[in-house]
Design a protein. Sequence first.
Length: 313
Amino acid sequence: MIKPNIYNWHVARLTDHFSCGATVGQPLTILFIDTGVDKSHSEIQGNLVEAECKSFVPYEPCLSDYVGHGTQMVSSVTGKYILKGICPFARVVVYKITDKKGISKLEWLYRALEEGIAKGYPIINISYRTEYEVDLFEFNRFQALVDCANAQGIWVVCSAGNDGRDITQEYRVPANLKGVYPIGSTNKNGDISGFSNTLSGQFFAPSGDEYEINYNNDWVMVAKSSFDTEDYLYEVLGFDKAYTVGIGTSIASALFSGVVASLSGELIAQGMNAGRTEMECLLRQGARLIDVQRNYYEVSLAGSIRALRQMRG
């Protein structure tokens, strides 16, 4: 059996190898708009607010995650046993927008985002199918939704995408919407992942790189949905069949959402304002500056907590 902790390097870096001092506040609830979730997985049980979860796939009302992506994202936050999550006590809600064939529709995303904002979930994570490039009318329709979220102080977080290029001038939904946080990926060496899309003024989180670029166990560990019958990596790696590995800006996005949830809970517990302006300041103060000219920051939960404690004296 390969020791799974070699695939938990990313959370160790975000938390200074778990020695930063645990937060005491209750993390904020995260809404994942994704492919569904395996609610029976041990790394997710106890975190899922099942009564509030919902499928927006009209012909597939169950939450079952046949693609496996949503289960991986949620576990990146909630993992607490073999898998190390960034925020293992977070409450999680899942809105499913992908069917068993991997088909997602823009309208399903719109309706899920609209409902999540209306219900006031403080953090909304959109990791799956963020490569939509739309016309200006459709772009503005989504922008109006995000404007409503911004007015409520809601964090709308998404993956920047895995095309390996600068997408600053594109019309992608949701990555290019004003007020959305499109998260990029860094690898084990601390460099921007070769596959990661970039935009100016961007946050990053560590989630690995292609094997051809980094050969040193640069994948990260995630939970495997029991409904995903096409993933056999666990056999190659010697894992229990409930686990697999992955890379990508989707995982980076989930990790960023977990950092925000945990840090916000800490501020609230200390009687401080957890508004987005204050939070962004702490995130940048505690982050590692990757690129001064392009304003790229790799977030760190440990660094942000240290910044908070220094501010409090």
